[in-house]
Design a protein around this ligand. Sequence first.
Ligand SMILES: Nc1nc2c(ncn2[C@@H]2O[C@H](COP(=O)(O)OP(=O)(O)OP(=O)(O)O)[C@@H](O)[C@H]2O)c(=O)[nH]1
Ligand SMILES: [Mg+2]
Length: 642
Amino acid sequence: MSESLLAHTAAPAGAAAPWVALVGNPNCGKTALFNALTGSRQHVANYPGVTVERKVGRSMTPGGRELRLIDLPGTYALRARSPDEAVTRDVVLGRLKGEVAPDLLLLVADATNLRPALRLALELKDAGRPILLALNMMDIARHRGFRIDLDRLSRELGVAVVESVAVRRQGTDALLARLDGMLADLPPPGPVTWQEGAAGNVRAAQREADRILAACVAAPADPSSGTRRIDAVLLHPVLGLIILLAVLFLMFQAVFAWATPAMDAIDAGFSALGGLTDAMLPESGALGLLRSFIHDGLIGGVGSVLVFLPQILVLFLFILLLEDFGYMARAAFLMDRIMGGAGLHGRSFIPLLSSFACAIPGIMATRVIDSRHDRLATILVAPLMTCSARIPVYTLIIAAFVPNRPVGEGALAWVNLQGLVMFGLYAAGIASALLVSFVIKKVLWRQHATEPFMLQLPDYKLPSARNLAIGLWQRALVFMRRAGTTILSMMVLIWFLSSVPRPPEGATEPAIEYSFAAMIGRAVEPVLSPVGFNWQISMALIPGMAAREVAVASLGTVYSVAGGEDDSAGLGQALAGKWSLATALAFLAWYVFAPQCAATLGVIRRETGSRRWMLVSFGYMLALAYLAAFATYQIAVLLGAG
Ligand SMILES: Nc1nc2c(ncn2[C@@H]2O[C@H](COP(=O)(O)OP(=O)(O)OP(=O)(O)O)[C@@H](O)[C@H]2O)c(=O)[nH]1
Ligand SMILES: [Mg+2]
């Protein structure tokens, strides 16, 4: 973590480890190589625009020289069009404040697609930095029958060349040894010079790149026939869309179906822990307070969130598989028409899809969009996509109020009703994102037309099990860290508020009715009673501002402290007995829009550089949440679900 924050500031000559920056076209394997060289676990995926910030790590050459490596966003040229490309240009040219230009550029190239890489190589050479060219993806190149004359390439370019297969960590030793040699006798640092080239120069560079390519590379007649055959089906205008919908639908069914056994196991584990606490600690006195804290606060609160880990991992398994296979960019292509109708740029698709996991990486991923208005519109609607923090909220309510049975018979028998409702909630998020962006781009910002969409479609690749495992592990860590920090600290607070003051002598109501939590909840309740929320929900929404799933954990604590009948049956059952269906539906509608996530608001502020857009997104989402919950509740009551 601290490594990635390390700034590459100027150091006394000779003292500090040299800086090596990884540059190259999008999706050529820079991050995979960075991970192989530094042991980091940065996100690697098969579409252009995965890396949008610079990341720093360390490595050691065989000669014992320490290196500081910088992974950068992909680019085709130093002429930056989008914010992520500007990062690369500024690092390469040493333009960032307080930072020097890297000592050496490690230019990574996709060996099966050398043309744009050679053009970039020529441009970087002109800028005057020493370069080592790594021909990556050599496994694929060999398999497809590319023949590359490395010596000739090196001579023609005037740059040292090595081969690598980053995902299998092949070639890294030779690469490091080569770096060692080059760093040992670096030319004295000259000025870094670069000017945006005139059109004539750009064409001349392209011709030179083509000449070198023809001289050094023998390409197979049809370099990507496999990809083309798959694309004939997956990119088909009708069939392609049907497949995309089917994939997404399957994903939500799986979130429910596959995760249940693991969730039950976790649930049973926490129940057992609760039972153990009860058995070991007395019910009254100071130890009784401790027992309530552990049982209701920790186990009831944090446990009610942790139980959703399996579902979140199933969702991520799908997203990571699709990313690694190379399907994401295709889905963006398929959705471009539909999104264009709502004023969204085709490039918005991947940021929006990443927002299914969490709006924060989604908002960061908008850096690949060059038009400021297109980017802003995407940032504003990204939090409407159903992030994984909403899964606990949705699942809890669905499991408590929607019967777990097939939708129908025959062909419908394998469609589970709960999964269908979940799919509907995701669809509601998507539909509202499209609607809001329509209003922003087609009504408010009509003069800023959306620019045409161009995205390089990557070749399909077999997903790597290692990559999947690392990705899932990282997500699990992030989730558990949140449970252990934000959620845990909120739970301590809520348990405290729910437990003091103690009820007066001769009290008739459950103790919690006399607590601060009840006072706070009742104070907010009048505002929220038109949407059907009782004081417990009103109260839970407040700590839910920190993170959405905290609302579930708060309900877990509040209802667990209130205790009574059969609290071992779990929060879901408690809610089913206490809420009307109308309230449950309004609660779901609220969380389709709910703006309560402090971290997302912080990132919106940082990425837009203004408080204004942060307040705008908070305000409009809060208004929509209230309206949607209000409408849902009133309609449901009219229909007799109150
Ligand atoms: N077969 C094979 N796949 C590779 C190799 N290197 C990277 N990949 C895959 O290529 C895809 C892109 O890798 P990344 O490391 O994310 O590429 P990047 O250059 O960092 O991409 P951006 O950050 O989007 O510019 C991923 O699916 C990797 O698993 C390689 O040497 N061989
Ligand atoms: Mg990358």
